[in-house]
Each structure stands twice: as structure tokens, then as C-alpha cells.
Design a protein around this ligand. Structure first.
Ligand SMILES: Nc1ncnc2c1ncn2[C@@H]1O[C@H](COP(=O)(O)OP(=O)(O)O)[C@@H](O)[C@H]1O
Ligand SMILES: O=C(O)[C@@H](COP(=O)(O)O)OP(=O)(O)O
Length: 304
């Protein structure tokens, strides 16, 4: 039996060498499950042949990187190292992924959670749903509508020179952002990493003293190609569990595009990393690389 020594949150632990655990970290680096399991098996076999009975996680990582660099593209070992950098950081990581309806925030949040092994994920739609139960329609009509239709329930119409879609959108975002900040503060208090995604993650709407923390990182997803954006709704409405009618989004597509343009403007104004969410791998790599630069840098890696 091979004993593995590692540490999580400064706590030392030992466990038996597991091909399954090692395979999962390789799959996060975009290796196919079959190849990941083959690599894990070869590493275990090699350790046994050398009579190794105890090894540290860092020593395993060195073996993995060497093998990946010998047999795979450089990008695979880079992904593996990025994943370890972020996981070894001493502060919980709060990732905020915003974007207009249909651009792909929930799908990308899911991909990132898999890649980084972050188990806690929540959508701003869910936060809004809870708020709808607590805050009556009389008190805050704007949260009882879709973000791109919130203007329909504004108590007072905006001045004629204002864009009414964006006036309603901003009202709803400002209200739901209170719930988003509550989730961020709870995650910091519990010391857990979390991904929060949705249309209400808008640059400039989360308190500055939270956004100034470098373990809280926001990304804005956009789609410059309108046809591609439309197709995303067709693709989503094909999901068997989806109960949201395609017509609602197609019938308000112009309003949704307005919120997409507004999100882009806010991202540029606030210096928020922004990516055209055309391709899953490109988007995920961009987010991971940005995290590694801003968060996974040496100042965050545990000193002990
Ligand atoms: N980068 C991408 N490339 C291809 N399809 C994507 C991408 N991101 C999301 N999708 C697809 O687009 C549809 C909408 O994505 P979703 O995450 O539900 O959007 P949102 O949560 O922003 O409303 C889904 O069917 C999803 O599979
Ligand atoms: O309010 C909104 O813009 C959308 C956001 O959800 P996504 O489309 O981003 O999943 O919620 P809904 O239309 O379902 O009420």
C-alpha cells in the first residue's frame, strides 16, 4: 500500500494512494477519462515497482507534470498546475460570473466548478427567487419580473431620455445584488470557495470593499454574435428539464441584447475581465488563467 501525505487548510492528512483521485485531477486538466485513468495506473505501477510506500502530494504532482510534458501538449500540464495553484491558495475563492440571459453563465460556472473542484455554486436567479418569497410584489415589483422585463413593473416610469429596459434591469440588479453580497459575505465567513453566476452579476453593483479583495474575482461573459446568442436559447430550450418557453426570450431578444451591451459597457468601465463566450474551452482557460494571475499568484500560496 502507498501512503499519500498532503495538507489542506494547513491541516496535514494521510490517505491511501487512489487512482480515482489522481484521475479526477487529470480529467480537470482536460485529459479524457480513459487517458487519465491510464496515467494514474502507470504512476501507481511505477511507484510500486520502485518500492515506494510513502509519497507527498507535491512529489506526485512533479511526477504528473513530467509525464504530461513528455506525452501531452504543454497546455495540459499548465492546466494541471493552474488547478493546483488555485486549490493551494490560503483564502476561499469567490468567483462571480455575469452575463446577459442566454450567453452561458450557468454552463460556464458548471465547467469552472468541475475544473477547480469548487463544490458550492449558486445562481442569482435562485437568490432572486428567495427574495421574491420574502419581499412582496407591492414592496419591490421589479424583482418579480425577468431582468429584461423589469421595466414593466416599475412603479414610476423612468424619464423619457432613459432607456426603460435598462432602467428596469438596473433596478432589479441593484436589489438582487444585496442578496449576492450576503452570499459573498457568508462564504468569506465560512471560509468556503463559491461560484455565483447570473444576469445580476454586473460590474459596479457589488460593494467596492468586497471587489477590492483579490480572492473575489468577477468575469463578464458576452456574445458579440447575435445569431449565436439566439441559438443559445434554442440549445437551452432543447434541454429536457428546461421549462422556460423559447418564445419569452425570442420575443424579448432586443431587450436582452440591450442588457448584453450594458454589461459590456459596465465591464469596460470597471475593468472587469470580459470574454466573448464562443467556445467552452477558450472561456474556461481564460477564466482559469486570469484567476491564476490575480489569485493563484505566490502571495496567496500557503507559506507553511
Ligand atoms: N461556450 C459555449 N459554447 C457552446 N454552447 C454554450 C456555451 N456556453 C453555453 N452554451 C449553451 O448555451 C445554452 C445557454 O447556456 P446557459 O448557461 O443556460 O445560459 P445562461 O445561464 O447565461 O442563461 C445552453 O444550452 C448551453 O449548453
Ligand atoms: O431574469 C432573467 O433575465 C432570466 C435570467 O436567467 P438566465 O436566462 O440567465 O438563465 O431569468 P428568467 O427569465 O428565467 O426569469
Amino acid at each position: 500500500m502507498i501512503i499519500v501525505r498532503g495538507s489542506v487548510n494547513r491541516k496535514e492528512y494521510t490517505s491511501r494512494f487512489s487512482k480515482g483521485i489522481l484521475s479526477r485531477s487529470l480529467i480537470r486538466s482536460e485529459l479524457s477519462p480513459d487517458k487519465a485513468y491510464e496515467f494514474a495506473s502507470r504512476i501507481e505501477e511505477d511507484l510500486k515497482n520502485k518500492g515506494v510506500t510513502e509519497i507527498t502530494t507535491d512529489e506526485i504532482a512533479d511526477i504528473v507534470v513530467k509525464l504530461l510534458d513528455e506525452e501531452e501538449e504543454k497546455s495540459v500540464s499548465e492546466r494541471y498546475l493552474n488547478w493546483r495553484k488555485v486549490r493551494e491558495a490560503k483564502d476561499p475563492l469567490i468567483i462571480l460570473i455575469g452575463g446577459a440571459s442566454g450567453v452561458g453563465t450557468s454552463s460556464m460556472a458548471f465547467e469552472i466548478s468541475n475544473r477547480l473542484g469548487i463544490k458550492t455554486m449558486i445562481s442569482t436567479d435562485m437568490i432572486r427567487e428567495v427574495m421574491r418569497k420574502i419581499v412582496s410584489e407591492d414592496l419591490s415589483p421589479v424583482i418579480h419580473e425577468s431582468s429584461f422585463l423589469a421595466y414593466r413593473s416599475m412603479k414610476v416610469a423612468p424619464p423619457p431620455e432613459f432607456d426603460f429596459v435598462l432602467a428596469g434591469f438596473k433596478d432589479q440588479v441593484a436589489t438582487v445584488s444585496v442578496g449576492v453580497e450576503a452570499v459573498i459575505e457568508r462564504a468569506l465567513k465560512e471560509g468556503i470557495s463559491i461560484i455565483i453566476e447570473g444576469v445580476h452579476i454586473v460590474p459596479g453593483f457589488i460593494r467596492k470593499e468586497l471587489m477590492e479583495k483579490d480572492n473575489i474575482v468577477m468575469f463578464t461573459l458576452t456574445l458579440s454574435d447575435e445569431e449565436m446568442h439566439k441559438n443559445r436559447f434554442y440549445s437551452r430550450c432543447g434541454d429536457i428539464w428546461n421549462n422556460r418557453p423559447l418564445e419569452k426570450y425570442m420575443g424579448n431578444f432586443e431587450a436582452i441584447r440591450k442588457t448584453n451591451a450594458y454589461l459590456e459597457d459596465q465591464a469596460r468601465k470597471e475593468g472587469t475581465p470580459i470574454i466573448d463566450n464562443i467556445d467552452v474551452i477558450t472561456t474556461v482557460d481564460f477564466i482559469i488563467e486570469t484567476l491564476t494571475e490575480t489569485y493563484g499568484g505566490m502571495k496567496h500560496v500557503r507559506k507553511d
